[in-house]
Design a protein around this ligand. Structure first.
Ligand code: UFG
Length: 330
């Protein structure tokens, strides 16, 4: 069985990808410091605890497991934190990625699937955005992801690295079989917070702006089911390992949903009302972000399966019910 190293394998997207990798016959080896990930969500292969900044440890783990490729998820992923403390974001996301690339090169590992983001695009781009949309990030998080994309391209040119930069839109939902899901503490994302407000573990959901230039005045995002993302990661890995060339792809559904539509879906999923409070706009939020995923569908060979918002929000609710709803205090 071929082994692959998954940094951040105990995290939200990483754990779903581990499940998909195991289903495709790979052995996922998770490398995670458990700072935000969960030990009990590492179910499809071994866990190697370690910090991305610890190059020696990374090198030992790579030497021991001899992976054919690395899937790189470990990152500081909150936009707000990146504005408050950019040094921490650049250290984790840029310096951490460079250390990982060094360790891979030392052991001759020549393929990386990288968790990039639609945050690498600018705020004013026409929607939907394709991969040729200019990349002009508006926050340090977006820059850190774009800098790493640049490092991948340069490593490809100089050292022959095969790489895929997968730019997610809004990862959402949970494994339909309930084996893993989203469990951020604290939780900042819309869908889990709307569900927490419905469940009563949040007093209300703040809606960040109701005066945006959109049909109902709230922000529109492209919510893409995490199991679709996971399947596409395996397809991207297979693409790299069969020598079909490096990739930059948008991963979304091509459909946008407003905050109010998400709230309505959370009410249908839970059968309860979501108490809301209209709050000021959140700094750094663009009004609309929707993917043109024509290229991803063509290259990776399959459109998204979970395109209905009710399906996405319902799967998130089932996982939250099973795991226990996080409290806003934790
Ligand atoms: N929102 C609320 N109330 C909340 C939380 C979110 O109204 O309590 C709104 C936001 O303003 C935004 C939408 O819901 O319009 C979605 O917000 P999320 O925080 O769930 O997701 P983001 O769109 O901010 O973030 C996602 C990814 C990031 C990535 C970013 C790129 O989670 O990793 O897209 O813009 F960087």
């Amino acid at each position: 069985m071929q082994s692959v190293l998954v940094t951040g394998g105990a995290g939200y997207v990483g754990s779903h990808v581990c499940k998909a990798l195991a289903g495709a016959g790979y052995q996922p080896v998770s490398y995670d410091d458990l700072s935000t990930g969960h030990r009990d969500l590492v179910r499809w292969g071994p866990l190697e605890e370690g910090d991305l900044g610890d190059g020696e440890r990374l090198s030992r783990v790579i030497g021991r497991h001899r992976p054919v490729a690395v899937l790189h998820f470990a990152a500081a992923s909150l936009v707000g934190d990146s504005v408050r403390d950019p040094a921490a974001t650049y250290r984790a996301n840029v310096a951490g990625s460079l250390g990982l690339l060094d360790a891979m090169r030392r052991h001759g590992v020549e393929a990386m699937v990288y968790s990039s983001s639609c945050a690498t695009y600018g705020a004013d781009a026409p929607q939907p955005m394709n991969e040729d949309t200019p990349q002009q990030p508006i926050n340090p998080y977006g820059w850190s992801k774009l800098m790493t994309e640049r490092m991948l391209a340069d490593h490809g040119a100089a050292y022959g690295l095969q790489w895929a930069a997968l730019r997610y839109f809004n990862a959402a939902g949970a494994d339909p079989e309930g084996e893993t899901g989203e469990d951020h503490r604290p939780e900042t994302h819309l869908i889990p917070r709307a569900l927490m407000a419905a469940a009563g573990t949040l007093p209300h959901l703040d809606v960040f702006g109701a005066d945006w230039p959109t049909a109902d005045g709230t922000c529109v995002r492209d919510y893409v089911h995490v199991s679709d993302l996971a399947r596409w990661h395996v397809a991207a890995l297979d693409h790299l390992l069969t020598g079909r060339g490096s990739l930059r792809l948008n991963l979304g559904t091509g459909r946008g949903h407003s905050v109010r539509e998400v709230i309505a879906a959370a009410e249908r999923a839970t059968g309860r009302a979501v108490p809301i409070r209209i709050a000021p706009r959140r700094a750094g939020d663009p009004a609309v972000l929707v993917a043109d995923c024509t290229r991803a569908t063509a290259v990776l060979g399959s459109p998204p399966v979970h395109t209905e918002l009710d399906d996405i929000v319902g799967s998130a609710w089932r996982f939250m019910e099973r795991r226990g709803c996080p409290s806003h205090r934790r």
